[in-house]
Design a protein around this ligand. Structure first.
Ligand code: UT7
Length: 321
């Protein structure tokens, strides 16, 4: 028997407003064909003016709680992975905690940009298996549209808003259900490939996303593949034992490139990039939720989640549902 972090439920939420490629092409020099061919993205959801990251996070969390059979009273750890917090402080997680009526344990934000959910999952797993918490709400939530430069066609076509959440519970088990292995990596030397040109300390502004797209692309294929292999190696599992791959949804060509590199069947890779775009920390739990709810991912299956983002950060998490 060992203490394990079991994933009991997943939920997600997307803002109502959809921004299509055609609509975007009316305000910036791009077109539907280019965006689809180079990224696979057809549309993205955009949060309303008064819709905050914490609102999206709460909506996703309520669905995850419902799916998990647990209530707010059971939760004693809230981690929100986000790059677009409601305010500089306090943590968006503190707002989510209060809004959901959770009144015990800790709540904090985690910043690893698009890899945030993987980092948050690993952090929650560590807390649960050490007995520091019993039931965790792990959320990826973004109003990324707020930090997009809507005049930069190299980035504005890519991103969208949304949230996804999971409930993890510490359970004594004699099987391998739950988080099996995680791998996290940051290489700060690649800071300038993907960053926001503002912040409270350096500029006193919020800033906008800046990216050297093709360099990030190359790093993504290489490091995501490496992270997947590392997470599997740590678990003594081979890639062909994995039932589903749930990657960060940055670009369909990255998903395809990784699948080709590792010789993975594309029908085992969950892709929501066409409909959601890149929702940063929200993209992995959003994609997980879609594939669990449509019946593709079933209880007992082995799922490998992976991501790369600003930092650069990257990582992977192997979970048996
Ligand atoms: O979530 C964090 C991780 N982020 C990512 O993983 C994103 C990684 N990068 C990418 O997905 C791709 O690099 C992009 C989709 C951003 C760009 O695709 P690309 O195939 O790497 O294109 P590129 O940047 O090399 O640009 C090719 C051409 C350029 O024109 P010239 O110089 O060849 O005349 C760009 O100006 O495409 C042009 N271009 C566009 N054209 C129409 C760039 N963006 C657009 C656009 N519409 N939106």
């Amino acid at each position: 028997m060992a203490l394990r972090s079991v994933l009991l439920g997943v939920g997600s939420f997307l803002p109502e407003r959809i921004l299509t490629n055609e609509e975007l092409a009316q305000s910036v020099d791009t077109n539907n064909e280019w965006i689809i061919e180079r990224t696979g993205i057809r549309q993205r959801h955009i949060a309303g003016k008064n819709e905050k990251t914490s609102d999206l996070a709460c909506a996703a969390s309520l669905k995850a709680l419902e799916a998990s059979g647990r209530t707010a009273d059971d939760i004693d750890l809230v981690i929100v992975a986000t790059t677009t917090p409601d305010l500089t402080f306090p943590a968006t997680a503190a707002r989510v905690q209060a809004a959901l009526g959770i009144n015990k344990g800790a709540a904090f934000d985690l910043q690893a940009v698009c890899s945030g959910f993987i980092f948050a999952l690993a952090t929650a797993d560590n807390a649960l298996v050490r007995g520091q918490a019993k039931c965790a709400l792990v959320i990826g939530a973004e109003t990324f549209s707020r930090i997009v430069d809507w005049t930069d066609r190299g980035t504005c076509v890519l991103f969208g808003d949304g949230a996804g959440a999971v409930v993890l519970e510490a359970q004594e088990r004699d099987d391998d259900r739950g988080v099996i292995s995680t791998f996290l990596r940051t290489d700060g030397r690649m800071h300038d490939l993907l960053y926001v040109d503002g912040g409270p300390s350096e500029t006193g502004t919020i800033g906008k996303v800046r990216m050297v797209g093709n360099a990030v692309f190359r790093n993504a294929v290489e490091h995501i593949s490496g992270a997947m292999l590392e997470a599997c190696a740590r678990a003594g599992v081979s890639l062909d034992q994995v039932d589903w791959f749930v990657p960060h949804q940055a670009n369909q060509r990255i998903l395809d490139g990784v699948a080709r590199k590792l010789d993975i069947a594309v029908d085992k890779v969950v892709s929501t990039v066409a409909l959601h775009g890149n929702t940063s920390a929200a993209s992995v739990p959003l994609a997980l939720d879609v594939a669990v709810r449509d019946g593709r991912i079933k209880p007992g299956q082995l799922v490998l989640m992976e991501a790369l983002g600003g930092g650069l950060t990257w990582g992977a998490a192997l979970v048996r549902l």
